[in-house]
Design a protein around this ligand. Sequence first.
Ligand code: DHB
Ligand code: FE
Length: 280
Amino acid sequence: MAKIIAGVGTSHTPAIGAAIDLGKMEEPYWMPLFKGYEPAKKWIADTKPDVVIMVYNDHVNAFDFKIIPTFGLGCAEEFPIADEGWGARPVPVVKGYPELAAHLVQSLVLDEFDITIVNEMQVDHGLTTPMSLMFGQPKAWPCRVIPLAVNVIQYPAPTGHRCFMLGKAIRKAVESWDEDLKVVIFGTGGMSHQIQGPRAGLVNQKFDKEFLDGLSSDPVRLSKIPPLEYLRDAGAEAIELVMWLIMRGALGDTVKELYRFYHVPASSTAVGSIILESRS
Ligand code: DHB
Ligand code: FE
């Protein structure tokens, strides 16, 4: 049986990917951030997942405003790296798992989640920054990746509660796949940040800390945060945090927090990272 053994929450700030690609990891500005990720990198290197389910959002790279799926599951054999305006990042192509992805779609749709099947898709910093942060700079990524692209760009984004329930359905879908696989699910984006307008640069450390605490101890409370509260209290782009609730929902009721890291700033964002082991 395939099993989701753990979840990773992490920001996906594009400047972090650029710092890695440009060899700036040792610079004073970036060093504390990359030091903070070292235990997380070690954990995933030791854990060796077979498959990562990467819950992330596209930033108008794979999808333009013609078609915006709320939940798009990547079913392709591979996912090329998007050119976001300065050339594609020099990272390996992302290899998918079409058979398992098709199974997830089937299970989720039969469970009444309206998943969009995505058979061709480029992936942007929302996916590649977390891959680089956790797996470093290998020649090929060490596991297969199933991308789940969530719309948090164009109003209305799905609610935290909907995301939490989708996570639970993903757990069930994975467990009905008859192959021994270690699956780790990522929730990416956040934490508090606003990248445009008069409030650009907004960071709310109290909100972020409470969110990290809630992921460990009371995700049901987090799942009730209304969308506008993310925007008002933690910046417009903090709505990305609903994706962490998909990750948390997929871990079952009981988790053990293995690692946490929080750092301000990276570019204009608060960066958070958490690893939760499923104990259900
Ligand atoms: C930025 C973009 C993002 O998608 C994000 O999650 C954080 C920061 C940026 O452009 O700085
Ligand atoms: Fe983003």
